[in-house]
Design a protein. Structure first.
Lengths: 193, 193
C-alpha cells in the first residue's frame, strides 16, 4: 500500500509515489499522421520526450481506484500537435475522470456512437465514458498537466488502436487548433488509405 | 447524460452541471464536540453555511464514476474547526480519491484498523480506501476546495456516524491545528461519555 497522501508538482509534473512511464517520439510511430515529418525528425537524432504518466496504484480491489498524473509536452509533428498514444480500457465498461491542472489541450473520444473532441484545460474535468477510446492532445505552448482517475480493474488496451487510428486529427491551422478528418488530412499530403 | 466537459471555479466553488447540496451549522448538530458553543451561535440567529458539495453524476453503470466538488468554509465552533459531517460508502468497499485544489485542511480517516489524520492541501491527493469513514476539516483561513471521485455505485451512509462520532477532533491550539482524542477534548469542558 502506498501512502494515502500524495503531493503533485505542476512544474515538474511529478506525483509522490508514482511509477513513471515515459513516451518518446520513436515509441509513437503510427500515432502521428505525417510519417515523413516523424521520420525526418528522428533521422536528425531528435527523439523528444512527448509525454510522461506517473501512476499511483493504491489497491486492486473491486472498489479501488488508480491515479495517473499525465504531462503532455507542447510540440508538433508536421501540423499535428503532440498527442498520447490513446487507449480504451481492457474492461471496456470502466469510465475515467480527467482533471485539467495546467495548460490547454483537447481530448479525442471515440466510440461506436461517434467521435467527439472536447477541451481539456486547467480547472476542468472531462468524463470519458466506458467503451470509449481516448487520446489527449496538447494544443498549447506549455505542458498540459492532468490527472486521470479510473477503477483499479480497468486495465489498458492499446491493441485496437495500433491497427485503426482515431478518425480525426487535431492540427495547427495558422496558429489555432483545427479538427480534421484523418483521411482528408492524409490525402492532403498524398497518402491514401 | 450530462456534458462530458465541466469547468470548475475555485473562487466561486462551482462546477458546471453540478447538483448543489448546502450544509448549514444547524444541520450539523452532533458533528461538533462543543454543543454549547454551537447552541450559543445558533441562538444569536447565526447559522453559517459550513460547506457545499456540487455533484456531477455522469452515469450509473458498474464502471461509471461520480464527481463531487466540495467547498468547506473557514471557521470554528469553539476550538473545533469547521468540518463535514463525514460518511462511509453504502457499498463500503468503494474507495474515493480526493484532490486538493485550494486552501489547507485535513481528512480524518477511520476504519476498524484505526484512525488517521492526513493533510488535504492544494496540489495533493488523499486516497480514502474502502471501509473507511472520512471527514474533511478546514484548518486554514480560506475556503478549502477539493474534488472527490468515487464509483457511481458507492452510495453514502451517514447513519453509523450519527450515533458514534469520529474518535478524534481537530482543534485550534494557539493558532495551529492539533489533533486530540474526542473523549479527552469533551472532558476538558466537563462532558463525560
Amino acid at each position: 500500500m502506498t501512502d494515502l497522501a500524495a503531493r503533485f508538482d505542476l512544474e515538474r509534473g511529478t506525483i509522490a509515489g508514482g511509477t513513471l512511464t515515459e513516451r518518446r517520439l520513436s515509441q509513437l510511430r503510427g500515432a502521428f499522421a505525417d510519417t515523413r515529418a516523424l521520420d525526418d525528425r528522428l533521422s536528425r537524432g531528435d527523439d523528444p520526450l512527448v509525454y510522461t504518466v506517473s501512476t499511483v496504484e493504491h489497491g486492486s480491489g473491486e472498489g479501488d481506484q488508480h491515479v495517473g498524473l499525465g504531462v503532455l509536452y507542447p510540440g508538433r509533428i508536421g501540423r499535428e500537435y503532440f498527442l498520447t498514444r490513446g487507449h480504451r480500457h481492457r474492461r471496456a465498461e470502466a469510465a475515467e475522470v480527467y482533471i485539467g491542472l495546467r495548460g490547454a489541450g483537447k481530448m479525442i473520444l471515440q466510440s461506436s456512437s461517434g467521435t467527439s473532441v472536447i477541451d481539456l484545460v486547467a480547472e476542468s474535468t472531462v468524463y470519458v465514458p466506458g467503451h470509449t477510446d481516448h487520446r489527449t492532445v496538447n494544443t498549447g505552448a506549455e505542458p498540459l498537466v492532468y490527472l486521470g482517475i479510473y477503477p483499479a480493474w480497468a486495465g489498458h488496451d492499446y491493441g485496437s488502436l495500433e491497427t485503426q487510428n482515431f478518425s480525426v486529427v487535431v492540427v495547427d491551422h495558422g496558429g489555432a487548433p483545427r479538427v480534421l478528418d484523418r483521411r482528408d488530412f492524409l490525402a492532403s499530403f498524398g497518402i491514401h488509405h
